[in-house]
Design a protein around this ligand. Structure first.
Ligand code: PMP
Length: 458
């Protein structure tokens, strides 16, 4: 039940003053309501920590309730790749919302969905079918289902499991959780509940020798060629493993995987929900390898971070196999908000920015600036590793970070970051200037200093 004593009452007087600062009473009411009722990602409900109130966003900035502006060094979890409120996307959203915000997709279609479908296929020409859904996790559920139905359609109903490498992350619903790293913090609770999948070691890190890569791929091959193999598909995040540990691997591995999957009629699924749309310096991370999967998942920056939306693309043979009687006759999925016109129109506007190519200059510059600002930390005694790729910069500490201290430190330096475990990392918006990146790297260095006895805040 709504408690009219707290936020609602306060917010009816919730004036921001002319400087944009939310009234102190309103901020307090928001915090209070938040603690009273709301779950936050991976956070305890009954002993909540204080979340920062955000009043508004513009460009690379979040404006906090206190009036302080901080740089969104996370692009709001990879999504706001072009910053917040990009005028071209905002205008498209307004236009679409005035025309048609939502309509069911069963038996109906519309121009925004068709335009987006065509444009996604143009980005990934080896695909020919697009399934729209409402979040990255659902896009993965759909990809897994596509692979299983396609295998049935090809007369292999006994192929029912998926192979993946450790260290991966694919979302929080049951299917994706089953292919996330089985041991790391996020989903280790579920070992006895989830479908047991086939896990091979985490991929060798970027820069491994060809001999190491070949030896590693032999272990993958061994699983796939076993006469009793029940593996329907291989699912991986190409080039960058994100929430599973922010690690990078070599493109050569993807070429090996592609060959192996083709050879063994295994469906190859690339999860580019985090890496897609320029984050690694190429439109898709798999472009670094020059290979395409059979099924491709996109999300996050698909709408430029305006709203939750995702797409699962499939090669022609997948759709054909699914549509046979043995395959089920049709893909058995159909979310209520499938093909939401507002999200499709917004995604088309975000694609305009991708097509404009501006990021092809800014992402390499950001990579260089992240390197310049962070790489020497690799010699710091508290730091285990520093790695940068595209608009991603990671400082891996030797010990777990103190989240409260890290958060306080970055905010004091005018930046928003959300570290986890031993990982302090940034994936800033592509519109970030050199000055923004310097501010972010200064904040990260201050976190390292704050975790180093004797150094204190710098
Ligand atoms: N795959 C990857 C690689 C992701 O990073 C995420 C989200 N962090 C997902 C899937 C799940 O997406 P969503 O949170 O939109 O369900």
């Amino acid at each position: 039940m709504f408690n009219s004593g707290s936020f609602h009452a306060a917010s009816s007087h919730a004036e921001s003053n002319t400087s944009g600062r939310t009234a102190r009473a309103t901020q307090a009411a928001i915090r209070h309501g938040d603690r009273q009722f709301l779950w936050h990602p991976y956070a305890p409900r009954t002993s909540p920590t204080d979340n920062l109130v955000v009043d508004s966003t513009d460009g690379v900035h979040l404006t906090l309730g206190s009036g302080q502006r901080v740089i969104d060094g996370m692009s709001s979890w990879w999504a706001a790749a072009h910053g917040h409120g990009y005028p071209h996307i905002t205008a498209a959203a307004h236009r679409q919302i005035d025309t048609m915000s939502h309509v069911m997709f069963g038996g109906l279609t519309h121009a925004p969905a068709v335009e987006l479908g065509e444009r996604l296929i143009a980005l990934c020409p080896s695909m020919d079918s697009v399934f729209f859904s409402d979040s990255g996790s659902v896009a993965i559920e759909v990809a897994l289902k596509m692979a299983l139905q396609a295998q049935r359609g090809l007369g292999r109903p006994d192929k029912t499991r998926f192979l993946t490498w450790r260290g991966g992350y694919h979302g929080d619903t049951q299917g994706p959780m089953s292919v996330c790293d089985p041991d790391n913090g996020m989903h280790s609770l579920w070992g006895s509940v989830l479908r047991p999948q086939v896990f091979v070691d985490a991929p060798p890190p970027r820069g491994s020798s060809s001999a190491d890569l070949r030896a590693y791929m032999e272990t993958v091959r061994a699983e796939l060629v076993r006469p009793d193999s029940d593996i329907a598909g291989v699912i991986v995040e190409p080039i960058v493993q994100g929430a599973g540990g922010m690690t990078f691997h070599d493109a050569e591995l993807l070429r090996h995987l592609r060959e192996l999957c083709t050879e063994t009629s295994t469906v190859l699924i690339f999860d580019e929900i985090a890496t897609g749309f320029g984050r690694t310096g190429r439109i898709l991370a798999c472009d670094h390898a020059g290979v395409a999967p059979d099924i491709l998942c996109l999300g996050k920056a698909l709408t430029g971070g305006f709203m939750s939306f995702a797409a699962t693309l499939a090669a022609e043979w997948i759709a054909r196999a699914i549509d046979t009687p043995a395959g089920g006759g049709a893909l058995m999925h159909g979310p209520t908000f499938m093909g939401n016109p507002l999200a499709c129109a917004v995604a088309c506007a975000a694609l305009d920015l991708i097509d404009s190519g501006y990021w092809k200059e800014s992402v390499p510059r950001i990579e260089q600036e992240l390197r310049d600002g962070l790489e020497d930390l690799a010699d710091h005694p508290a730091v285990a590793d520093v790695r940068c790729l595209g608009a991603i910069g990671v400082v891996e500490m030797r010990e777990p970070l103190d989240m409260a201290l890290a958060t306080r430190t970055v905010v004091e330096h005018g930046v928003w970051l959300r570290p986890f475990g031993r990982l302090l990392y940034t994936m800033p918006p592509f519109i970030s200037t050199s000055e923004h990146i310097a501010t972010i790297t200064r904040a990260m260095r201050a976190v390292v200093a704050a975790h180093t006895p004797g150094e204190g805040l710098s």
